[in-house]
Design a protein around this ligand. Structure first.
Ligand SMILES: O=C(O)CCC(=O)C(=O)O
Ligand SMILES: [Fe+2]
Length: 453
């Protein structure tokens, strides 16, 4: 967003090989179509029906009179009478059909509006695609890996000290001991138990990295990733808040892969930091449609996708593979300032997977904070499965309609120029802007175990 609240044009636009949809144009089209449909369904058609009805009524009257004259004059032809009767039936059918339409205009309108929303970019064009694009330069990737390895060394030293302390304590907390033992296992200093059911070998950027390192990473993400997210999904940069930012490590002789799962937020990013390994890559699935696709980015390239798309980390068979992963939310209110993030309704309440996430996470959280009787609270929580099931069904519908697969946004010979353009724009317009994304301050480490599902 720029100062005057308008969405700035995307600085890398001229280098895009795939042009994402224009969200502004799409939402204007939907609003205009809704108004036009409203006028047609609630004003034009009822008026037409009324006119039709009036003319039918006059016809019926005329027919009735003719009938009477037939009856008075029975000697006249029987055939004429029969043809007049069938014509009258036809007119009654037409009248009934029009009346039926007149009974359900609201339902018809709702179905048409639903279809417009179903085919809006957030639920269709960008919903099941995986966008691959350059994000970091090789020297930046190297710097981040060095930062990570030095953090791991520090955490290993701290773990040894904590282990000694714990051993001298009389009452021992078994969870702490387990966590420390994991840190002491190879690769030393890397967490192995942050994400409950789908654990990765990783470091938490928000809590493990120092301020300077975080500022460095924040700058590159603000310059290269936030504008891209804005361009692809039509969300404002300040609406982006990471729930979890972390660095994953796979080893040919350690944790090689990550089983098939979904991430627990709205959008996921995954940036490859090195190339000296064998295997790796991220495989995506659209289960019901039996479709699959694999992203194998180069160093510094990242992938962005809706967290709801199933995927797995393919086995690294030799060497070490480092990736920077972010599980991102789209917030309507900036938790840092309490102000609106100006994100549109089409990227939130009318976006099925945002809505489904909102209903499964935020609603129960909100209910639990209500100041009402425990029993009433429990009933509300018990019934919150209904909207959840409905919104899940919407996601299934999107699965069957939305285009799927990995899309390369920029051609390889344009990588440098593309990154330069984004950096120039960042330097010129937004450096230090309060509207930047919330990469580290909003991380929800209390929810870590829910990171993947
Ligand atoms: O290894 C990969 O590329 C996938 C990582 C992933 O899906 C995750 O961290 O949730
Ligand atoms: Fe994942």
């Amino acid at each position: 967003m720029t100062q005057n609240g308008k969405v700035a044009p995307f600085a890398g636009e001229e280098f895009l090989a795939y042009i994402p949809p224009s969200h502004i144009r799409a939402s204007r089209t939907i609003v205009a179509s809704s108004v036009i449909l409203f006028v047609i369904i609630f004003y034009v058609i009822p008026r037409y029906i009324k006119n039709q009805k009036q003319s039918t009524d006059t016809n019926v009257k005329e027919n009735e009179e003719t009938r009477k004259s037939f009856q008075e004059n029975r000697k006249e032809s029987e055939d004429v009478f029969h043809s007049s009767e069938s014509e009258q039936n036809k007119e009654t059918d037409m009248k009934e059909l029009l009346e039926l339409f007149f009974i359900f205009p609201k339902a018809l309108y709702a179905i048409l509006i639903f279809s417009l929303i179903l085919f809006s970019p957030q639920n269709h064009e960008t919903a099941r695609r995986i966008f691959q694009s350059p994000m970091l330069r090789p020297h930046e990737c190297k710097t981040i890996i060095e930062m990570a390895e030095s953090v791991a060394t520090r955490k290993y030293r701290e773990a040894i000290a904590t282990k000694n302390e714990l051993e001298n304590q009389y009452f021992k907390n078994m969870d702490d001991i387990h966590h420390i033992d994991k840190l002491l296992q190879w690769p030393e200093g890397w967490s192995k138990d942050r994400h409950g059911s789908y654990p990765t070998t990783d470091l938490n950027l928000a809590t493990d990295f120092d301020q300077k390192s975080k500022r460095y990473i924040q700058t590159v993400l603000d310059a290269r990733v936030s504008p891209l997210l804005e361009r692809i999904y039509g969300i404002t940069q300040e609406a982006i808040r990471a729930d979890d930012m972390f660095l994953v490590r796979y080893d040919g002789n350690g944790q090689q892969h990550l089983a098939r799962h979904r991430d627990g937020t709205i959008i996921s990013i995954n940036i490859l930091l090195n190339g000296d390994f064998e295997g790796g890559g991220t495989k995506f699935f659209l289960t019901e449609q039996l479709q699959e696709d694999v992203a194998r980015p180069r160093i510094g390239e990242g992938i962005i996708h809706n967290s709801v798309i199933e995927h797995e980390g393919l086995a690294t068979t030799k060497g070490t593979r480092y990736i920077l992963v972010g599980f991102l939310n789209v917030d309507r209110m900036d938790s840092r300032t309490g102000k609106s993030t100006n994100v549109g309704i089409f990227s939130t309440f009318f976006c099925f997977h945002w809505m489904s996430h909102f209903l499964s996470n935020r609603v129960p959280e909100f209910i639990s904070t209500l100041n009402i009787h425990e029993f009433a609270k429990q009933i509300l929580i018990d019934f919150s499965f209904v909207p959840k099931i409905i919104s899940k069904q919407f996601n299934t519908v999107v699965d069957s309609l939305a285009p799927f697969g990995v899309v390369k946004l920029v051609q390889e010979d344009n990588y440098e120029k593309y990154l330069d353009a984004l950096d120039r724009s960042y330097e010129a317009n937004t450096r230090g802007s309060k509207d930047s994304s919330n990469w580290f301050e909003g991380n929800r480490n209390d929810l870590m175990h829910k990171g993947r599902k």
